[in-house]
Design a protein around this ligand. Structure first.
Ligand code: NAD
Ligand code: MG
Length: 412
């Protein structure tokens, strides 16, 4: 089984010797892909509090040149790159005279991910993060992975690349960071079950009719977490928890049947691990992504994070309930894709990205997200889109085809 978080060294890769990160302790040279987003800015907030401890190598964004330039200047980055070439003139102008090199386009995303660093924080949203995250994996460094879509779409291919290149994968997603901490040093045979918690999202107590007609404004209003738009919608549909079950399947040495989710509206416990001796271990923290980011940067050491400390007496009550898959069918669809295997999770992810974008653009109702994903999955199997991918190119080709299919179904 190739799903343990592991580290091997392969001399075919760009940097065969272990970086300081791989020797344990806090990373020093850091790049952030998706620096202007929610995870990106939380990461920079954290390291900005101890600027002498870190060197920022590269920062990237989709197109917000002004914000990227400001972050690059503030954190004294060496390279800043936007994916959208139309944003390059503004970025170059803003960085003129600073000594920070500017770049643009998909090749610049790869370059930013490949510049030697101890750790690359992979925080681009969606399958757009696949190629840059693979490039980070190829440099033999620590990959602090927020981009869950990478593991969902490319799971085994991505892990093979991590292992081949002697990189080290540390999850940033809060539930997986929790499991990573709780599982540290555990023997695979001792684990009975891993339970991811879910807040339940803004529609946890809503009726099916109200959920089906929910507006973007309502769906973007997450009760506990402040995040980018796409993951916030995924949290409202519970697709996020489905994607996270797939992510956990790849990260940890368990079978799909040993994974489940429980709704925990307070978002204090992030994951529970049931051991075969009856012990149930959990990680607790205030819902603030700076804690899992700090874990990913410092592991196995710990670094200071300016997050609220839990006062359990003040919290008072922690509650739990089973997720209602009848009202949140995206969770069932994701579990089905995990069971089906091959490229089914990549199709699920691509269809979901199209559906979420369509919902946010007012093209479909909230209830249409699950419908479109379901229809795309049903149409993909007979077109042989579920074959097991063996390379990044295979994954990207399935992703493209599934998006085309979803777009066609959207227009039908
Ligand atoms: P966000 O939308 O706030 O930020 C996304 C970043 O990616 C931005 O910097 C944006 O400029 C960049 N980007 C977007 N499209 C791009 C493209 N086509 N090419 C290059 N760059 C592009 O998203 P986020 O909430 O920070 O989430 C980032 C990733 O982390 C997602 O995969 C999400 O699922 C995961 N994650 C986020 C949180 C959270 O609390 N925000 C928690 C767990 C996991
Ligand atoms: Mg999460």
């Amino acid at each position: 089984m190739n799903r343990m978080i592991s580290m091997t060294v392969d001399t075919n890769c760009a940097r065969p010797t272990a970086s300081p990160a791989l020797r344990g302790g806090c990373v020093k040279r850091l790049s952030v892909l998706g620096a202007t987003g929610s995870i990106g800015t939380s990461t920079l907030d954290l390291i900005g509090r101890d600027p002498d401890a870190f060197e920022v190598v590269a920062l990237t964004a989709a197109r917000s040149a002004a914000k990227l330039a400001e972050l690059a200047i503030r954190h004294r980055a060496r390279f800043a790159a936007v994916c959208d070439e139309a944003a390059f003139p503004e970025l170059s102008e803003r960085l003129a005279g600073t000594g920070i090199r500017a770049g643009a386009g998909p090749a610049a995303m790869i370059e930013a991910a490949s510049l030697p660093a101890d750790c690359v924080v992979a925080a681009i949203v969606g399958a757009a993060g696949l190629a840059p995250t693979f490039a980070a994996a190829r440099q033999g460094c620590r990959v602090a992975l927020a981009n869950k879509e990478c593991l969902v779409s490319a799971g085994s291919v991505f892990l093979a690349e991590i292992a081949r290149c002697g990189s080290e994968l540390v999850p940033v997603d809060s539930e997986h960071s929790a499991a990573f901490q709780v599982l540290a040093g555990a023997d695979a045979g001792s684990i009975e079950k891993i339970t991811l918690t879910a807040s339940g999202g803004p529609f946890r107590t809503w009726s099916p009719a109200r959920i089906a007609a929910a507006t973007a404004e309502q769906a973007l209003c997450h009760p506990n977490w402040s995040m980018g738009a796409k993951i916030t919608i995924d949290s409202a549909t519970l697709m996020n928890k489905g994607l996270e079950l797939i992510e956990a399947y790849h990260l940890f040495p368990v079978e799909a049947r040993q994974l489940d989710a429980v709704v925990h509206p307070q978002s204090i416990i992030h994951c529970l691990v049931q051991y075969k001796d009856g012990s149930l271990l959990a990680q607790l923290a205030a819902p603030d992504m700076r804690t899992p980011i700090a874990v990913a940067l410092a592991w196995p050491a710990r670094m200071e994070a300016p997050v609220e400390r839990l006062d359990l007496a003040k919290v008072g009550t922690l509650t739990f309930e089973p997720p209602d898959e009848a009202r949140f069918p995206c969770l069932t669809l994701a579990k089905g894709a995990l069971q089906r295997g091959g490229s089914a999770p990549a199709v699920l992810n691509a269809a979901n990205e199209v559906a979420v974008a369509a919902f946010l653009a007012g093209r479909i109702p909230f209830g249409g997200i699950a419908n479109l994903v379901e229809k795309t999955l049903a149409a993909a199997e007979p077109r042989e889109l579920f074959l097991t991918p063996v390379s990044l190119d295979d994954v990207l080709s399935v992703d493209r085809e599934a998006r085309r299919l979803a777009e066609r179904l959207l227009q039908a």
